[in-house]
Design a protein. Structure first.
Length: 327
């Protein structure tokens, strides 16, 4: 069928975004999943290492490059032995995102110093935010690729208030995870954890379901002591094959294509002239002949806009000839 395949039941890992305040049980929730390899960016998992039997491997890092390397390593492990990894846990996504934005800000400060400006006034530019989004998008695609191989991906994120100005005051209207904008759309389950105190003064761990593609829970449902056990029967009961997903590589190919197009569009006329005559003797001979006929003395330094326009026309004319590069 070419690009398309026939639909069938697929055995996928579930992608879960867990958000909530400190002490809400986010790490415990993540550690309830099977066969875990974890990235611990806050050293919070360290307190559970000796008792979490399902924790098979752990790395302490906040480097987004190592996050990417870890997902590549997980993919390789699963390719070699599909049953070797059950869950990839990231605790927390927030630290990796902050590391990424800090790196972008450092670049802007460095740029400000090189131009003699006050680095304290530097902010992340639109282009800088674009780079942050590009890196974050690749990481999100890697998570999708890993889950397509049957590995559960658990992303833990800190939560921050969403406020709107009503009258003269800003009023809290909700909460959102501290991570790159748009990332929550990639997850199958989003759960907001919190702790509730009863009349006797006892604390109870709760979770509000904000999204559930598995349909095990309903949106808005509040569950007690949220853990893997709630979705276990559904996830382990699915029988099917995996999806050959390479979204991260697709994104890289798209970036390469765009960079090539942008670089070509941003080239000056002189740059295009240099590139054309370097293609081979046939191109050089044809180009210089037309340059001479146009009475252009120095094509590398056009004297005015009219000469630039003439050189552009010559470049297009010679490119259309499709001459032999080896000649």
């Amino acid at each position: 069928m070419g690009l398309f395949r026939k639909p069938s039941t697929k055995k996928l890992g579930v992608k879960v975004l867990v958000m909530g305040p400190s002490g809400a049980g986010k790490t415990n929730f993540g550690l309830s999943f099977p066969k875990i390899y974890a990235l611990d960016s806050e050293t919070g998992i360290a307190f559970y290492e000796g008792e979490a039997e399902n924790l098979l491997g752990i790395a302490n890092t906040q480097d987004f490059n190592e996050l990417s390397e870890a997902m590549d390593e997980i993919s390789d492990m699963v390719e070699e032995d599909p049953s070797s990894v059950g869950t990839f846990l990231i605790d927390s996504e927030t630290k990796f995102y902050q590391n990424l934005t800090d790196a972008a800000l450092s670049l802007e400060e460095k740029k400000a110093r090189s131009k003699g400006r006050d680095e304290m006034d530097a902010n992340i530019s639109v282009r800088g935010w674009g780079r942050v989004k590009s890196v974050a998008t690749r990481l999100q695609n890697l998570k999708i690729d890993v889950s397509a191989k049957g590995v559960n991906v658990i992303s833990i994120a800190q939560a921050e208030d969403v406020k709107e100005k009503i009258g003269e005051n800003f009023i809290k209207v909700g909460e959102k995870p501290v991570m790159v904008k748009g990332a929550p759309f990639d997850y199958d389950i989003i759960i907001k954890l919190f702790v509730e105190k009863d009349a006797q003064g006892d604390f109870h761990y709760k979770g509000e379901i904000l999204k559930d593609r598995t349909k095990v829970c309903k949106v808005g449902q509040v569950i007690d002591n949220p853990s893997y056990s709630i979705w276990k029967n559904h996830l382990e009961g699915i029988k099917g094959d995996k999806i050959d997903s390479n979204l991260a590589k697709d994104a890289e190919k798209a970036i390469t294509t765009l960079e090539s197009k942008v670089n070509k569009e941003e080239m000056t006329t002189v740059d295009k002239f240099r590139e054309l005559v370097s293609k081979g003797d046939a191109y050089k001979e044809a180009t210089l002949k037309l340059i001479k006929e146009a009475k252009i003395v120095n094509p590398l330094s056009p004297k005015d806009a009219k000469e630039v326009q003439k050189i552009d026309e010559i470049i297009k004319k010679v490119e259309a000839l499709e001459l032999d590069k080896s000649a």
